[in-house]
Design a protein around this ligand. Structure first.
Ligand SMILES: Nc1ncnc2c1ncn2[C@@H]1O[C@H](COP(=O)(O)OP(=O)(O)O)[C@@H](O)[C@H]1O
Ligand SMILES: [Mg+2]
Length: 348
């Protein structure tokens, strides 16, 4: 398949607890590399630092494709894996420490979104000692751990209707997850996801994907909890589809927000932005996922397909975006100065 990138040895870096089977996404990405003319290798991350660095060095990979979301069972250490690679001057796809850190912290994310005037639900932050409010808001609110991911600590119980319930949730999050809390207006409306791929200067915004709630119990607030995300799928479960009935004007506002959020949070190569649309038709950014799941059925893959990009092409675009950052060019093309000194020397 034609690509602007020379054939590379690319290592998929993935989290691999010893007792779990390998995530199918690793195989999907490797197959895409092969189809693109690259040579795939895989590197499993678990809980040791030195062997990890050694494995990357011994792989002699030109580029690491980083889908590692956890280290030593702690998803908050995702950013440290990227930090390690930056210190070792290893080239890798996806966000660096800046993007991973800013997007992982939902409070920092919201503060940056406010600064860049990206619509986001009004919110309250609780750091353990004090609380601070950003904008006027009314119950119900949803209370989230500041550093949650994959709906950890988030469920229908997170939606609170008074101060009593709110303080109880904040205390519980401190006790069980040792984290700060973010409480924000609960936007009872449509839930959509927007993929953004490419460099901050030349990003491409993918078609909008929506979560259809299926036969959701109408007495319960609609919250995409772990059951929705990872539970067994039945005919009644919520499911993903390409969003319909979005006016061109609303689509433009959603795309603008997704793009501003991508840039504000210093994201690289790809991300998925989660939004809610209120009944009044206002779109609010909830969070940005700098390392979204790239499995074949994922939101990003669905959106790419709708755009006419096969899964292989989607993976190719991510590789291309990273390759252009590091100055990995097709032989004979003029090389630009990459972020890594050895970059062009290795393959040019
Ligand atoms: N302000 C909100 N209004 C309505 N639903 C929300 C809000 N914030 C979060 N949710 C629900 O909770 C889910 C998880 O929240 P999110 O902020 O995306 O965190 P995570 O990192 O766990 O995905 C969302 O997909 C959505 O269903
Ligand atoms: Mg989310």
């Amino acid at each position: 398949m034609a690509s602007n990138v020379p054939p590379l040895k690319v290592a998929v870096l993935h989290y691999q607890p010893s007792t779990d089977p390998m995530d199918p996404v690793v195989g999907h990405i490797c197959d895409a590399f092969t189809a693109l003319g690259h040579t795939p290798v895989t590197i499993a991350v678990h809980e040791s630092v030195s062997p990890l660095l050694k494995a990357i060095e011994e792989s002699k990979a030109d580029l690491v494709f980083n889908v590692c979301e956890t280290f030593a069972d702690d998803y908050r250490l995702e950013v440290n894996v990227a930090a390690l690679m930056e210190m070792a001057r290893i080239r890798f796809t996806g966000s660096g420490t800046a993007g991973l850190l800013l997007a992982q912290d939902k409070i920092l994310t919201k503060q940056l979104l406010e600064y860049h005037e990206v619509p986001t639900p009004n919110f309250l932050t609780f750091d353990g000692d004090t609380f601070e409010a950003f904008g006027r808001m009314a119950f119900p609110l949803i209370v989230k751990p500041a550093k949650s991911d994959a709906s950890l600590g988030i469920g229908t119980h997170s939606v609170v209707k008074d101060w009593d319930e709110l303080t109880r949730r904040v205390r519980d999050i401190r006790k069980t997850l040792n984290d700060e809390s973010l409480a924000e207006e609960f936007i009872d409306g449509r839930e959509v996801y927007v993929g953004v791929i490419g460099t901050p200067t030349k990003p491409e915004i993918l078609p909008i994907v929506e979560l259809d709630w299926g036969k959701w119990d109408p007495t319960k607030p609609k919250v995409s909890d772990r059951e929705v995300k990872f539970g067994a799928h039945t005919d009644d479960s919520p499911f993903l589809e390409i969003a319909k009935n979005i006016s061109p004007e609303l689509q433009a506002r959603i795309e603008r927000s997704a793009l501003l959020a991508f840039r504000a949070l210093k994201i690289r190569d790809y991300a998925r932005v989660d939004l809610r649309i209120s009944d009044k038709g206002d779109a609010y950014v909830l969070e940005v996922n700098p390392n979204p799941y790239l499995e074949k059925e994922s939101e990003l893959a669905m959106a790419a397909e709708q755009r006419g990009l096969s899964y292989t092409q989607l993976i190719g675009r991510i590789v291309e975006s990273a390759a252009s950052r590091y100055g990995l060019k097709v032989r004979g093309e003029k090389t630009t100065t990459g972020e890594t000194p050895q970059a062009s020397a290795a393959v040019a």
